[in-house]
Design a protein around this ligand. Structure first.
Ligand code: SAM
Length: 434
């Protein structure tokens, strides 16, 4: 199975799910350990490949042994190894990573190491992206209250997961370990959902109100749609757009559990969709949770650093810019547009927003920390953007920019007339040498 993951044909979690479906004899605990071992290999692949080069036998087996060494006690692992393998493992585990180049030490491809090097505290970011993430849940404010749920869990069998309120999101609960949350009663009743705290904050940044018309332009499986709908108290209209009907289909049971009745899922065409065109200038708020490299989520999806490359990034950048332009057209005068990604790369984030604003003077940037403070969420930020990092905020890496469309836009003819007046007032430059 590890060999199949390393072909990069499918996402690692898809290969794992497929394998588990075919190997039903693996119990819950086995599955957890196997998944952890595979993810450990993906996190440290470049460094482990160097280790695997020495020693005899299959390289993939040696990678698997290194992954298993991170989840099993050494005595358990040794029972499956022969003597040369044990000696090889002793040797490679004694090697220090300190003298290795940074890209090898943190196991990232060179192109990515170069791009991350420009970010502040790159070393600490790389380290955090390589660590496993805790599990973040979100309480559905329509059905439950966070403090009551925490109190009930602290007194019940859930106490072993050490649930804590998340530091920034008022709806978030962070737990340690990997309990089967989808079998919990609170989950079945739609009282909780799995959602990274950063993703919760993005929905808060959109800040929809009761009765508004809101568009979640890239809704996918509905992670943010659910919170947006709850913040609207299930009133108004919330369009969940996506080009992938399959992703929207995965969202439907979540919408049903949540008890929301204001969501309208629509599978749209990539460009020039007539239903999108009919909503031009009509939405109070539009969220563009853009398709991106996902490099901010490496804690949960470590294979992305090996599955992405500079060419795929370029393609994504073009798609992001096109979606942002189309989605912006739906925002009503005075309305808000939020552009977000789960990438940490400026080219997918602030560079996209700057390019958009340069071509759309009717939009202006709002300060993200002020917008959050309006919802009583205190988060100090440097600059107008929301930039979340696992090493600083304990969330996945996220980016968001909030933009407001000017209230009254003058008709183009007025602008042309004003320009003509200005031209008449301004002495013409002859360009003649004096
Ligand atoms: C980052 S994911 C969205 C995740 C989702 N918002 C959530 O919180 O679970 C990006 C989504 O954009 C969708 N997408 C890609 N191209 C698109 C387009 N041209 N218009 C709308 N959605 C698009 C993808 O199918 C994918 O589901």
């Amino acid at each position: 199975m590890l060999g199949e993951v390393l072909q990069w044909k499918y996402p690692a979690d898809a290969v794992l799910s497929h394998w588990f479906r075919a190997h039903t004899n693996a119990g819950l605990r086995d599955r957890g350990e196997i998944a952890e071992a595979v993810f450990d290999v993906l996190r440290h692949l470049r460094r482990y490949r160097q280790f695997a080069e020495i020693g005899a036998g299959s390289g993939t087996r040696r990678l698997a042994v290194l992954g298993l060494a991170s989840v099993w006690p050494r005595e358990t692992l040794d029972t499956g190894l022969d003597e040369p393998e044990r000696a090889w493992l002793d040797h490679v585990l004694s090697l220090s990573a300190a003298g290795l180049p940074r890209a090898v030490r943190h196991s990232v491809p060179d192109w990515l190491d170069e791009r991350l090097a420009d970010l502040p505290d790159a070393e600490s970011l790389l380290q955090a992206l390589n660590a496993p993430a805790p599990l973040d849940l979100r309480v559905n404010p329509l059905k439950a209250e966070r403090e009551a749920m925490l109190a009930a869990w602290a007194a019940g069998p859930e106490a072993r997961w050490a649930a804590q309120p998340t530091p920034y999101s008022p709806w978030g609960i962070r737990i340690q370990g990997r309990p089967p949350v989808n079998r919990w009663k609170a989950f079945e009743r739609g009282e909780i959902e799995v959602q990274d705290e950063g993703s919760q904050l993005l929905a808060a940044l959109v800040g929809p109100k009761r009765g508004e018309m809101v568009i979640d332009y890239c809704a996918g499986a509905g992670g943010k749609t659910l919170l947006l709908g709850a913040l609207m108290r299930s009133t108004g209209r919330l369009y969940a757009f996506d080009v992938s009907a399959a992703r929207l289909a995965r969202a439907k049971p979540r919408f049903a559990r949540s008890g929301l009745s204001n969501i309208v899922p629509v599978a749209i065409a990539e460009r020039n969709d007539q239903r999108v065109k009919r909503l031009r200038g009509k939405a109070h708020r539009v969220l563009v949770d853009a398709p991106c490299s996902g490099l901010g989520t490496l804690r949960r999806n470590p294979d992305l650093k090996w599955r992405q490359h500079p060419e795929s990034l370029e393609q994504l950048r073009e798609t992001q810019a096109a979606i942002l332009r189309d989605a912006a057209a739906c925002v009503m005068p005075g309305g808000r547009l939020v552009y977000a990604s789960c990438s940490v790369l400026p080219e997918e984030n602030e560079r996209q927003v700057e390019a958009f604003l340069a071509g759309h003077p009717e939009f202006s940037l709002l300060d993200a920390s002020t917008v959050l403070a309006d919802r009583n969420i205190e988060l100090a930020l440097e600059g107008p953007f929301l930039k979340l990092r696992p090493d600083v905020h304990g969330t996945d890496g996220f980016f968001a920019a909030v933009m407001q469309r000017a209230k009254a836009e003058r008709p183009a003819t007025d602008k042309a007339a004003e320009q003509a007046d200005q031209d008449a007032d301004t002495p013409a430059e002859t360009g003649d040498p004096a």
